[in-house]
Design a binder for this molecule. Structure first.
Ligand SMILES: [Zn+2]
Ligand SMILES: [Zn+2]
Length: 256
């Protein structure tokens, strides 16, 4: 399994970090997780176009996570992007209404060529995207927020929480995974609810015990921090890497 970071930033524009977007690439299936603005182009840079996607997961309906959805659907409308399989967008409550609204404004230009488009709203549950087995649970950030845990056919597991506060569901999604992708929007002296800071990440990791951490969704203040050192100072011994746009991470199948 391979993870590609398309955007390691947030809603605040930065020279080097675009808003949220990630690819999970398994042998036969590619899952797009979130699509903030610029995702379409950064996806193309890593050799993936929308017709290649087995499905799309949206963590929540904030624009730094869905800004490029219209651009992706518009590209899929072009005849040369015709796809055989229906395109499913897996998201939390409210996605159907958003899609309906966008299609109400843009009409047929957002209808994929050759296939149907469906928004599947989940609170909690399991589904398959190609060969990827997915499990979602609600997390604490926005009324539409869900996090996801993905298992590849090779047994590799990754969790992506979108934006969230520390909560039991986030712990369950990350429990024992090979890689947990966690946001770091806040500094340790900022304890506003709805996001993670290094202290909360360390606590989440202590409870969930993932094999590795990928820290992303960085704001200018948190991008300047040495987050792995801070996690260590909070007693977290799990290897942690800080995401950057274009970063690729190979996850090897478990030995057992
Ligand atoms: Zn966000
Ligand atoms: Zn958000």
């Amino acid at each position: 399994m391979q993870i590609v970071v398309l955007g390691s930033g947030c809603a605040l524009a930065s020279k080097s970090r675009g808003p949220a977007g990630y690819l999970v690439r398994s042998m036969d299936s590619v899952l797009l997780m979130d699509c903030g603005s610029g995702t379409l182009q950064r996806m193309a840079r890593s050799g993936v176009v929308p017709v290649d996607l087995a499905g799309i997961f949206i963590s929540h309906a904030h624009l730094d996570h869905i800004g490029d959805l219209t651009a992706i659907l518009f590209m899929l409308h072009l005849p040369e992007q015709e796809r055989a399989d229906d395109l499913l967008i897996h998201a939390g409550p409210g996605m159907g209404k958003i899609l309906e609204g966008l299609q109400g404004v843009f009409g047929e230009w957002l209808t994929p060529s050759g296939c149907a488009l469906h928004a599947l709203e989940h609170q909690e549950g399991r589904f398959e995207v190609g060969e990827l087995l997915c499990e979602v649970r609600p997390v604490q950030h926005h009324s539409s927020s869900i996090g996801i845990r993905v298992r590849g056919a090779d047994g590799c597991t990754v969790a992506y929480l979108g934006d969230t506060d520390l909560c039991d569901e986030a712990v369950e999604l990350c429990r024992g995974v090979d890689l947990a992708i966690m946001e770091c929007s806040l500094t340790d002296d900022d304890d506003r609810p709805g996001h993670l800071n290094p202290k909360r990440i360390a606590e989440l990791a202590r409870r969930a015990k993932p094999e590795g951490l990928l820290i992303s969704h960085l704001y200018p203040e948190t991008a300047e921090l040495d987050i792995p050192a801070l996690l260590e100072s909070h007693g977290c011994r799990i290897p942690a890497a800080v995401a950057f746009d274009g970063m690729g991470i190979a996850i090897d199948p478990p030995a057992h």
